[in-house]
Design a protein around this ligand. Sequence first.
Ligand code: AMP
Ligand code: ZN
Ligand code: FE
Ligand code: FE
Length: 282
Amino acid sequence: MRGSQPAVVDLHLHTIFSDGLFTPEELVIRAEQTGFTAIAITDHDSVEGIERARVQGKRLGVEVVPGVELSSNVNGTDVHILGYYIDYRSPAVQEFFTRVREFRLQRAERMVNKLNELAGGRWRVSFERVKEIAGAGAVGRPHVAQALVEAGGVASMSEAFEKYIGYDGPAYFPKLRLTPAEVIERIHQAGGLAVIAHPATYGNDGLVYLVIAAGVDGIEVWHPEHNQRAVDHYLELAQKNRLLVTGGSDCHGGRKFGRVYLGDIRLPYQYLMALKRRAKKC
Ligand code: AMP
Ligand code: ZN
Ligand code: FE
Ligand code: FE
């Protein structure tokens, strides 16, 4: 408890170790200022920000939950799966993420080459620049989109997605293809709990049922892209299947549509408590 404020948590946040704009330290500072008791760091395919966030969390009294966001693939659609309380220090876990990130790098280069082919001399995106934008982060489409904007190929990040690197775009290439069952298995092997991220965003509950059948432990019910109907629906689905429920802002530090999102989802601490009990962390 902070004074008389109820304890609230945000279980879905990105840092510079994927496609977020805040360092782990900045994120913890902002979370503390926004009134959070606990936050989870859930970078795409990376656990590299967790330790730094934990150090800062200890200084400020913010509990930092170790997490990650992995992509599974079902018939060409990415379905994101969050992993909580994985053993992020394990060499086997880190090796796996390194392999997934190496594939991301090759895929980013493919996208850059394709974009330059499509340019017909109108622009030139440099792969070096994409790597520079990504910095320490798992390189992804947001970094490629930013480089394309800088090169003058499009006016905005969303135009980059709409015209070129969205699923149906001519310069889209998939990441390493893992099935939901494979991703869930990896998370379980690492001692973690698997939660399907932002289920309403797929526009296809068939995918959600598939992930439930594959053995997921929870559903992310609260997310900025979920309306009240989606919240009610996934809460019911979770209850029916006896699954954990989580929520988070999916803050990318302003990289997503220029909005920060931190503070938009304030999940009561009891939901983290339930997650911790299931993970045997309390
Ligand atoms: P990747 O994992 O490299 O395929 O990149 C996916 C990430 O791109 C997502 O996690 C979002 O943060 C971001 N993204 C997806 N669609 C859009 C969009 N239309 N505009 C801006 N960012 C997007
Ligand atoms: Zn992202
Ligand atoms: Fe996601
Ligand atoms: Fe995310």
